[in-house]
Design a protein around this ligand. Structure first.
Ligand code: F0G
Length: 483
């Protein structure tokens, strides 16, 4: 289902517009060993060893396939602490892609958030946004601020026809500003490809409206472009005004629209690093000193010269529809197969990965026993596939210690760019369908070690019964000696 290739059978088959010339062997452990690894890792897929993982769908962060042009560029660097030509090359590319005047390099996306929040969030202030990302919220709260989410109602509905489920509710935005007062709002943040609610895109029309309202009240606007690649694909394919615009034209408009744009280059640009971009010198100067303090000198910001070269090439390659469509069309192929098998997932399918609705999948479990955490552990046992919990475990507790239940309980199966094949996606759909048919065997989880900040990263849990062993026994009964 590439933009330009149709099959005689009219089947929607995602077509790889690249060939694979370097591979990494993967290993699929027998199911009993998967149970052992899951338990050793505290039923937390972040704590699995990658050698025990068959398909790593934890994230696309820093694990996208790079092109031969990116690898070649990594060999041709100017290595210097200060003023390297590599940095200026990257700076020129960013200007070409986003049209922005100023660029601050960082080691990754959350480092941009640290710098932006340290500079612009004052205690007692609020950041209004379509939806939070875990690290974003943590940085805002570390600086004494809080987050208010004003995504459109449909964004929080698991199934909807809205093509841009990440859009901001503009009436709510106006209401929040009127009620709080502009001086109590640190900034308005728009996240492209809203990560935690299913990789759902935001339309340019909505971004224009958001910025217009914020500007009328003199409020700073910040754009998180980490997931821009998928979002661009959806703008181009779903927003009529842009059907005939080039990806560069769209990106230039966005770069101009917001006061500050930042991104994780572990996602955007298929490299590793990050950057903060802006047109206003005063904003640049306000943040500049924090780069050498937390990241590195202004001409590398914690990135190696090799990564900067790979990023410069990757950002330009991201303006090619054949490159950026790869994730969304593979996500769609996986989602379509699951929909056909009645497995509950977030629709329409978005970018980033397939988002399984654990709220419905595990509706026999109490919310206190972490439905999406349990599903993610169970799916690893059933398949060797490593997904990520994106539900209550990814939230932090309320100040009084009570649980803050997530609005959506999801298991994310990320589809890193150009990494997996269609047969691997078919395997994922097959095992997930099997697990759905046996979902009553999935039991709950409870914490044995619970960190205070970003607990999902290294918190440890245990099953509330011997359900993992029972699930493995059913697997062996159904699949015999199959891995
Ligand atoms: N913003 C968004 C929308 C993100 O998805 C991420 C990272 C960040 C900021 C932070 O960037 O990891 O480079 O520090 N998302 C990764 C994920 C971790 O798995 O979705 P980072």
């Amino acid at each position: 289902m590439s933009m330009s290739i149709k099959f005689r059978s009219r089947e929607n088959i995602p077509m790889e517009m690249h060939k694979v010339r370097m591979v990494q062997k993967v290993n699929l452990l027998p199911v009993d060993e998967r149970v052992k690894s899951a338990l050793e890792g505290g039923c937390n897929t972040f704590l699995l060893k990658n050698r025990d993982v068959f398909l790593d769908m934890l994230t696309d962060s820093g694990v996208n396939a790079m092109s031969q042009e990116q690898y070649a560029a990594m060999m041709n660097v100017d290595d210097a602490y200060a003023g390297s030509e590599t940095f200026y090359r990257l700076e020129r590319v960013i200007k070409e892609v986003f049209g922005t005047e100023y660029f601050l390099p960082t080691h990754q996306g959350r480092a941009c958030e640290n710098i932006i929040c340290k500079t612009f969030v004052k205690p007692g202030q609020t950041v209004l946004m379509n939806y939070h990302f875990t690290t974003t919220k943590a940085h805002i709260e570390q600086n004494g601020g809080d987050v208010v989410e004003i995504v459109k109602r449909e964004g929080l509905e698991v199934n909807s026809d809205l093509p841009f489920k990440g859009d901001m509710d503009i009436d709510l935005l106006k209401k929040e500003i009127a009620e709080r007062g502009a001086d109590k709002i640190a900034f308005v943040r728009v996240e492209a490809g809203t990560n935690l609610i299913g990789g759902q895109p935001v339309s340019v029309a909505n971004m224009r409206e958001t910025v217009k309202v914020a500007k009328e009240h003199g409020i700073l606007t910040v754009f998180d472009a980490s997931l821009l690649s998928d979002n661009l694909y959806f703008i181009k394919t779903r927003e009529k005004e842009f059907a005939n615009k080039s990806l560069n034209e769209i990106t230039l408009e966005l770069g101009k629209l917001f006061d500050i744009t930042y991104f994780s280059a572990r996602k955007l640009g298929c490299a590793r690093g990050g950057g903060i971009l802006m047109n206003r010198e005063d904003l640049y100067l306000a943040m500049q000193a924090l780069v050498p303090l937390y990241e590195g000198f202004l001409t590398y910001g914690g990135m190696s010269v090799r990564e900067m070269e790979a990023l410069a090439v990757g950002l330009l390659e991201g303006l090619d529809m054949n490159v950026i469509e790869q994730t969304p069309i593979f996500v769609k192929a996986l989602c379509d197969e699951l929909i056909k098998n009645n497995v509950p997932i977030v629709t329409p399918s978005g970018g980033l990965g397939c988002h399984v609705n654990a709220m419905a999948f595990c509706d026999h479990l109490p919310l206190e026993e972490y439905r999406s955490g349990a599903l993610t552990a169970a799916f690893y046992i059933a398949s060797g596939v490593r997904g990520m919990e994106r539900g209550t475990l990814s939230e932090s507790r309320e100040a009084d210690g009570s649980e803050r239940f997530a609005e959506m309980e999801l298991m994310r199966l990320a589809v890193p760019k150009r990494v997996f094949t269609l047969s691997q996606m078919k395997y994922v759909a097959d095992r997930l369908t099997w697990l759905y048919e046996n979902r009553h065997l999935i039991g709950g989880l409870r914490f044995t070690f619970e960190p205070k900040i970003l607990r999902f990263f290294f918190g440890k849990l245990e099953p509330t019964s011997d359900w993992p062993q029972k699930l493995a026994a059913k697997f062996k009964a159904d699949f015999g000696d199959s891995l």
